[in-house]
Design a protein around this ligand. Structure first.
Ligand SMILES: [Zn+2]
Length: 344
């Protein structure tokens, strides 16, 4: 019986490969104890290590720093993409390598490679990261390589913990369509029929339309990994706090290809944060407040007022002064983090 069973498994595997549905070495089926998410670590050792992604982001545990401006080069230029139907995601590969660069945001210089989506069978879950336990129906990941690597292959082979940068945005359901997504969703529909599809040029136009207010708002940073096998722990993660809007009808378009051999829930469950720090880049960060407790103002009222502009934001002088004190601030926050974690 054992050999017959093995033969059956081999036959099913060959059928699956023949149809190109799955390589059968992993899927998203929670109940699959051999190839589902809970088993990835058996077949892909890095999936069982201690810096995996996604994670539940807990605002209260995050180390606060002042939000840093982003520099998005080429995001607002008409760009063509090749859409790949990978069954477990729809991936948009950038055709002109190096034409979109993301920097600022305390990130460094990274070149866009592709972006892709994670979703589930309903609007109650589907995004990968969660925020204070809250789940989102959709999450987009913009995947970049560090600019000093010639290729993404070289970046991966380096095994450096910041070789790649993933920039994630949550989505939330809104009543009306988000028209900025329409060109992308048309590409998704076309690739469903053909396997791949070349889009016409469109702008990511992140600052004003596609990402709305998200790009100018709070964001979280931590070091983690790819959320699909082999879970390479080489990813500097950014997750924006403010979700992007999408309609239920647009979500249905994304789901039109399901189900397949990967299942219907195309997101990895959250992984342990462990001893990692999560940094919150906070647009409302106030230098004289930590943990809600006002600290002695060494400069006095006059100095404090001088260091703020009309909107209550600290000015450049003040920011630079605090950057010089960055080591001490981080040390303080690390202690606070550990105290919270271990209940000391
Ligand atoms: Zn992803």
């Amino acid at each position: 019986m054992q050999s017959q069973g093995a033969l059956l498994v081999v036959s099913l595997y060959m059928v699956a490969v023949a149809f190109g549905e799955s390589d059968s070495t992993w899927n998203y089926i929670r109940s699959d104890a051999m190839f589902g998410p809970s088993a990835w670590g058996m077949n892909f050792p890095e999936c069982a290590l201690d810096r995996n992604s996604p994670i539940d982001i807990v605002t209260e545990d995050a180390v606060r720093q002042e939000a840093q401006r982003w520099t998005l080069t080429g995001w607002d230029s008409p760009t063509t993409w090749t859409v790949y139907d990978k069954n477990y995601t729809m991936e948009f590969g950038l055709n002109a390598a190096g034409s979109i660069r993301t920097s600022g945001g305390d990130l460094g210089n990274y070149d866009m490679i592709q972006f892709h989506f994670h979703w589930g069978s309903s609007n109650t879950a589907g995004g990968e990261h969660t925020l204070n336990g809250a789940e989102f129906p959709l999450e987009v990941h913009f995947v970049h390589k560090r600019s000093d690597f010639a290729t993404i292959g070289a970046a991966v082979e380096s095994e450096e913990d910041d070789a790649l940068a993933a920039v994630g945005f949550f989505f939330t359901i809104q009543a009306e369509d988000n028209v900025e997504l329409n060109t992308m969703l048309a590409g998704v529909n076309a690739a469903r029929n053909t396997g791949t599809f070349e889009t016409s040029g469109f702008n990511l136009n992140a600052l004003d339309d596609f990402t709305g207010d998200a790009i100018n708002g709070n964001f979280y940073r931590y070091y983690g990994g790819l959320t699909t096998p082999g879970c390479n722990q080489i990813v500097k993660w950014t997750v924006f706090e403010t979700p992007i809007g999408i309609s239920a009808a647009q979500m249905t378009t994304l789901r039109s290809g399901t189900p397949n051999s990967y299942g219907t829930e195309y997101y990895r469950p959250v992984q342990a944060v462990g001893s990692r720090l999560v940094v919150l880049y906070d647009t409302n960060y106030q230098p004289f407040r930590r943990g809600g407790r006002r600290r002695p103002n060494r400069g006095g009222r006059r100095n404090r007022n001088r260091n703020r502009n009309r909107n209550g934001r600290r000015n450049r002088f003040n920011r630079n002064r605090f950057n010089r004190n960055r080591f001490n601030r981080n040390r303080f926050n690390r202690n606070r983090f550990n105290r919270n974690r271990f209940g000391q």
